[in-house]
Write a protein that binds this ligand. Structure first.
Ligand code: IPD
Ligand code: CA
Length: 270
């Protein structure tokens, strides 16, 4: 018996990601009013709400009903093994603190990974009525229309988004790195959702983004959308993006930001 898998249809994976992210986004949006904290995770400020869990459950049920042999990695539920060669990477509510405070900047991220490479992705930002999607090699879209990030600007004119981890020690270190960045750029934004930050590059909401300490579910799916819109998504010193550091900007600006961050050790805790 052959163990060779047929190639996966990236367009179909994308369509499923979009359908599931849309349904999950509606569920989460309906549940936003009156939401309260259910539990905390890595620190007392790293919250999880009942809707994070309910939304991930819906995503898991829908994906595995459509494709029962797939694997899944979700922020709230851990991992499920599969045999098809496809693994879904899911952040049910990215920007949970914004969600808790009633803000609009949170997203639902659903992405399909094959052999360690994200090949299809959807990010819903329900309160803003936005659905981003992308297929590896097939371009990015917003609401079904092609999406291209605006051209790079020089570092000193760049609006740069970043974020902070949940542990106090890490945040203090990240703030120190930021003191070296803020005087070299136009200004800084802390939106509170990596998915919104990274997809926002494709819209020109900011020019660049960097953050230490993300998880795969925060950056991988949104990263494909940015990449397919012409953004370079990588790590420090031109390396691949990792949980240690993600840098994203149009080529040209990416290299300038990378050169600023590398000597600061922005990918370390001290
Ligand atoms: C967080 C958000 C935030 C980023 C944190 C993430 P969560 O994800 O993306 O912007 O700064 O590093 O953990 O906890 O809201 O899913
Ligand atoms: Ca997240």
């Amino acid at each position: 018996m052959s163990t060779i898998q047929p190639p996966h249809d990236r367009g179909k994976l994308r369509d499923l990601a979009v359908a599931v992210a849309a349904e999950a986004g509606e569920l989460a949006a309906r549940g936003q009013a009156g939401i309260t904290v259910l539990d905390t995770k890595s620190s007392p400020t790293d919250v999880v709400t009942e809707m994070d869990r309910a939304t991930e459950e819906l995503i898991r049920d829908r994906l595995l009903a459509a494709r029962p042999d797939d694997a899944l990695l979700g922020e709230e539920g851990g991992g499920i093994e599969g045999t098809s060669g496809v693994r879904w990477v899911v952040d049910p509510i990215d920007g949970t603190v914004n969600y808790l405070y009633g803000g609009p900047d949170w997203g639902v991220a659903v992405a399909a990974e094959v052999d360690g490479v994200i090949v299809a992705s959807a990010v819903a930002v329900p309160v803003r009525g936005q659905m981003f999607d992308a297929v590896l090699g097939g371009g990015a879209r917003l609401g079904g229309r092609p999406l291209n990030a605006p051209e790079a600007v020089p570092l000193e004119q760049a609006l740069v988004a970043t974020g902070f981890g949940y542990s106090a020690d890490r945040r203090i270190r990240q703030a120190k790195v930021l003191t070296e960045v803020i005087g070299r750029v136009r200004d800084i934004r802390r939106v509170g959702s990596a998915a919104v930050d990274i997809t926002g590059l494709a819209l020109g909401r900011t020019n660049a983004y960097y953050e230490r300490g993300l998880h795969l579910w925060d950056w991988a799916g949104p990263g494909l959308i940015a990449t397919e819109a012409g953004v370079r998504v990588g790590g420090l010193r031109g390396g691949p993006p990792t949980n240690d550091l993600v840098i994203a900007a149009r080529p040209g600006l990416y290299e300038e930001l990378d050169a600023l961050l590398a000597p600061l050790g922005a990918d370390t805790d001290g």
